[in-house]
Design a protein around this ligand. Sequence first.
Ligand code: SF4
Length: 527
Amino acid sequence: MRAEGIETARRILLVFPRYTSAFATWEYAYPLTDGVQALMPPQGLLLIAAYLPPGWQVRFVDENIRAATQADFEWAEAVFVSGMHIQRKQMNDICRRAHEHDLPVALGGPSVSACPDYYPAFDYLHLGELGDATDTLIATLSRDVTRPAQQVVLTTAERLPMTEFPVPAYELAELKKYFLANIQYSSGCPYQCEFCDIPGLYGRNPRLKTPQQVIAELDKLREGGSTNTVYFVDDNFIGNRKATLELLPHIIAWQKKHGYPTRLACEATLNIAKRPEILEKMQEAFFITIFCGIETPDPDALKAMQKDHNMMVPILEGVKTINSYGMEVVSGIIMGLDTDKMDTANALIEFVEQSRIPMLTINLLQALPKTPLWDRLERENRLNHDESRDSNVEFLLPYDHVVSEWKRVMKAVYAPEKLLDRYEYQCDYTYANRVKPPASTQATWPNIRRGLIMMRNVIWRLGVVGDYKRIFWKFALRRLRKGDIEGMLAASLVGHHLIRFGQEATSGNQNASNYSVRLREAAMPAE
Ligand code: SF4
């Protein structure tokens, strides 16, 4: 399915908005790296870039790296933008700047697909995934790039099968400036957790790329010079377990062929712990991290949110099992649930201690459109649209109590000593179970140079001028005595972001939800 009857090739400027600072943007870690400036290349825009008809010219700007310039807008005939809710303000700002040049602006991606009302100024709204709406947009712009008199909303009714997705145009992105590389293997999730918009937006029957497509993307990332961990951005890597089992041998063969150049990470449901046949292959494929939406250790709460699948194994046992295959668990946690009690925060702090999970995204419950939670709260008249709040949910517990308990949890779990202790455990009992890549591919000059730069930055910023020097050195020296330079650097770097974020959260400078509509002032576009 490609747009037919393309009359005129166009010049398209793709602009990805700057992120508002958030837990998962990692910006506090960037100064410790060898020049990272942004989180991940934007899959959606790079996919569109690859999908545009032959002969169309494309210019890609990620405003996390540099701002789109007057020259960029003057060059373009149309502008495409994509982003998530936390980039809402910045997306609208890009639209404003493009309109100063009288350019038509199209917006696609997850935020507009869920909340088109947020974006009244855009000329074209592209709702849903790549498909017939994309073809209509391309055909329309090919005929005419004057701005339409009214906003045009194009909704994908027929999605392009993922097996026909082109390899995203990774060559347009400066891969070395990103914290992570990424690949999308599947779309959709078979579960129906009450708060989650994935099944509503992308369906319950996961659609998949072929193993050959995934390998082609790994090849392209490698050829583009990426040495980063590749994050599978699928919402559930084991949404179709049979397909996952078919994919993994291809990745293992690719890693072996190239000497294990790439660490891998993904998101998956915690019941993966019941699947040793998948975990074994993931270990061999060099997966090092799994993000699991644990959400809460309270079984009643899991039941209430229809996330019973998290209880297929006792949670702590599940985490330990995953660790034994060399994979660190990153956990999502939600506070403000209807089942929360006055002392839920204590139970969460204890859970973090017991699970030894270093990194947790701890959010206040936020009702997203197109979710069963939204529908229920709307019926119960418990949606609050005051954008100065940290959540749009009227909690059953007092709002101030929930927010202050969130701060208390953030302070407790990201206290430097506690966090680095949990990393110490991971170094000894998780990282030690990972594949050991051959020295010939690891001890290359670019890798050594990168390691030296990071070592210099970590020692200077954390060990000399940092504000938790003593705790840092206690951790670092223990690791160095064990010859574990890699564990020391990785934990220090990521841990520093978590510690800083925890400090900001406690002082009220960060939102208590990654999804919050509370719009803090966006950072200025990169200069
Ligand atoms: S929270 Fe995870 S498991 Fe639940 S529906 Fe969403 S993607 Fe699926």
